[in-house]
Design a protein around this ligand. Sequence first.
Ligand SMILES: [Mg+2]
Length: 224
Amino acid sequence: MKAKAVFFDIDNTLVRKSTGHKETFMEAIMDIFGFDAKINYSNYTGKVDKGILLDVLQLHGISEYEINAGIEDCLRRMREIYKLKAKQKLASTELIEGVNQTLDALKSRGMVLGLITGNVKVIAFEKLKLAGIIDVFSWGGFGDEGVNRSEVALKAMNRLKEKHNILASEAVVVGDTPTDIIAAKNAGSHAFGVSTGHFSNKELQDAGAEFVTSNIHDIVKVLK
Ligand SMILES: [Mg+2]
């Protein structure tokens, strides 16, 4: 497949076994809204941080008025808390095998690389720093810019056009959940699935992925 740009999801696509993110949600909610949030994180694969926050607040019966008044403060607090955790080594993550070689190969071909992630932007870059790949990425679409992944993907595609004059149809999005695949398609882009998270190749294919693999490095062979 011909492509000029490749976007990557972060969790379970570039990195895994991340710690500190759930605690960041809970501590920020406690600081801003003053209650102990119960978060079943497994319900939220493929979701974006602002959408998760909204859902958790609604589930705990917080009024729309209070949510609107506090949600941006809560996101700001999340940025501060995660940064501090990363600094204090209370947040960690692990690079998935094959990622370094894949990014090097795509970079050497002059491809434009970006992120489409559910993580709050600051948390996204802190995770990449912890994984040792911070120098590769500088922009994309992030989880504090929309309440669902399709909104975030659309933001990234608009930036791709503005910054690089490349169309969504000339880009590929790589992700590990059906939500990544559907969001990429909604934004007019191509989608590849990597089964390094909780979903199988078959599930990603059924969601509309044009290529699926359990080893991210395989995408180098498919992209031209
Ligand atoms: Mg993911």
